[in-house]
Design a protein around this ligand. Structure first.
Ligand code: TA6
Length: 287
């Protein structure tokens, strides 16, 4: 599949990537994990953060961009031997379609189906479709289709790493008044007052909110708008210095130039999808 707007090229470590380059932006998506690794509006800088020491290996999720956490978020609910955040982000996806929309956006749809490999990890029949739309705005939509005969339950997140000039000179606006579960403080539930500022490790699930956020960056002098649909929780994460140092795939001081703002359905917001039904979660990122 090659068009003048989308090319399949060899990316890092021999992994295949789709490169979308249209009048609005340039975007890179690895078929490994259906992993958006870059979104750069024309004439601007990348809105997504990617670690300089990210590992491009079929067995591991790429550090940065938008990892897909599916069909479970965080640790597996009952089996600690299973990898955190599920298997979608370490699976090889297929190209389903590429098209140009009426407004000139480029739309790439990737797909993943249940297989013997996935059944060993999660004994359910599913199809996943991931639609990536590139215009002035990056929109990503993950649709779960239950093709089995029984209801299925998932938790999920679009685990977006946003790029910043300096984390201590940035703030996240839009979640004031929302209660969060603080993973750093024994999952204590705390109400957010005002903007979120990150000056230490932050690992929070803002619960039962469909609100958009603004990421205000006083160094790069830009504000990134992050909105979502089909999501009841927003996860905000920065590992801070000690944890970042322990992560080989986070470059030195990498935590200082990123924050994760994730459209999610986690904790009590487990999604149940009846046989034959579907569910979509989406996130849009724009200046
Ligand atoms: O989204 C926040 C989080 O669940 C953190 O607890 C941390 O584990 C992060 O995801 C990264 O997880 P990963 O498996 O990609 O290293």
């Amino acid at each position: 599949m090659q068009t003048e707007l989308v090319q399949l090229l060899e990316g890092q470590n021999g992994l295949t990537k789709a490169v979308i380059d249209n009048e609005f932006a340039r975007c890179e998506v690895y078929l490994h994990g259906a992993h958006v690794t870059s979104f750069t509006p024309k004439g601007g800088d990348d809105l997504l953060w990617l670690s300089k020491t990210a590992i491009f290996d079929r067995a591991k999720a790429i550090r940065g961009g938008i990892p897909l956490c599916w069909p479970w978020f965080g640790a597996h609910p009952t089996d600690s031997t299973k990898a955190a955040h599920g298997f979608a982000r370490v699976s090889l996806w297929q190209v389903i379609s590429v098209q140009t929309t009426e407004l000139g956006a480029t739309e790439l749809i990737l797909g993943l189906k249940a297989s013997e490999k996935t059944r060993k990890l999660w004994p359910n029949e599913f199809e996943l479709q991931y639609k990536i739309t590139v215009a002035q705005m990056l929109s990503v939509e993950l649709t779960t289709i239950n093709i089995g005969k029984e209801p299925i339950q998932i938790t999920e997140a679009l685990h977006s790493y946003l790029a910043l000039g300096d984390i201590v000179k940035a703030r996240i606006r839009g979640l004031s008044g929302v209660c969060y579960s603080d993973k750093v403080d024994d999952s204590k539930v705390i109400e957010q007052v005002g903007d979120i500022v990150v000056k230490q490790e932050v690992d929070r699930v803002y619960m039962n909110t469909q609100d958009s956020c603004l990421l205000i960056d006083d160094v790069l002098m830009r504000t990134i708008n992050i909105s979502k649909l089909g999501s009841l929780d927003t996860v905000v994460w920065n590992p801070w210095a000690v944890k970042a140092c322990s992560m080989a795939d986070v470059h030195d001081n990498g935590h200082q130039t990123m924050v994760c703002i994730e459209a999610a359905n986690v904790l009590d917001n487990v999604i149940t999808i009846a046989a034959g039904e579907r569910h979509t979660i989406s996130q849009s990122i724009s200046l």
